[in-house]
Design a protein around this ligand. Structure first.
Ligand SMILES: [Zn+2]
Ligand SMILES: [Zn+2]
Length: 217
């Protein structure tokens, strides 16, 4: 799998480009202020993205959606429970003292047990509320030609879980008990070796967080 991540100040939010090396189809995940860098990686790998996929709708994860959609002409996916945040992205900016443009309407809301495909790869979308009401985790299957279709998944978890920390729950719609339940019931159902890519900071693994995350003792 082609896997690229970029982050820029001030939020240092991780945006992702995933691509299928066999078909060149791909997805752009959480385009924010890093959108031009993400689009460069799309060019570099000659990818044909099929979707803009959002883990949640906090402003740092969505400010590049308009630019990405304009460049790629592909649909935007979000969980419906975060649409109120998405539609209020201008006000979110005001809260943090940033001028933010409105973003184009979401094209598709995830269904329960939604699966999205790019080339030979599959993304299982799982609802993980708590950091915000419509947060999701994206479980992407590994290279089916070398690892088998179901064995090796990577998780892109948005701001639900971080290396050694958890998502904040003091923003509108956040709830700590719900967040902990999402981590324990959804994320910790994956094997210890599963790589975890968070919305900010360095990658970790499920096992590392299960063993040592101080918020999950
Ligand atoms: Zn967030
Ligand atoms: Zn974030």
């Amino acid at each position: 799998m082609i896997f690229e991540t970029r982050a820029v100040p001030p939020f240092m939010k991780n945006g992702f480009v995933l691509g299928c090396e066999f078909t060149r189809e791909g997805v752009v995940i959480d385009p924010g202020d890093d959108v031009e860098l993400l689009l460069e990686t799309v060019e570099k790998h000659a990818l044909k993205p099929v979707a803009i996929v959002l883990t949640h709708a906090h402003l740092d994860h969505v400010t590049g959606v308009a630019r990405a959609k304009q460049a790629l002409g592909v649909p935007v996916w979000l969980h419906k429970d975060d649409n109120f945040l998405y539609e209020a992205v201008v006000q979110q900016g005001q809260m943090f003292g940033f001028e933010v443009d409105p973003q184009p309407a979401v094209d598709h809301f995830y269904e329960p047990d939604q699966e999205l495909r790019f080339g030979e790869y599959e993304i299982a979308v799982r609802h993980t509320p708590g950091h915000c009401p419509g947060g999701v985790c994206l479980a992407v299957n590994g290279d089916p030609r070398t690892q088998g279709p179901t064995e090796r998944r990577i998780l892109i978890v948005g701001d639900t879980l971080f290396a050694g920390s958890i998502g904040r729950t003091d923003l509108p719609g956040g709830d700590l008990e719900t967040l902990l339940r999402s981590i324990r019931d959804v994320l910790f159902s994956f094997p210890d070796g599963t790589p975890v890519y968070s919305g900010h900071g360095e990658p970790t693994t499920i096992g590392q967080e299960r063993r040592s995350n101080p918020f999950l003792r």
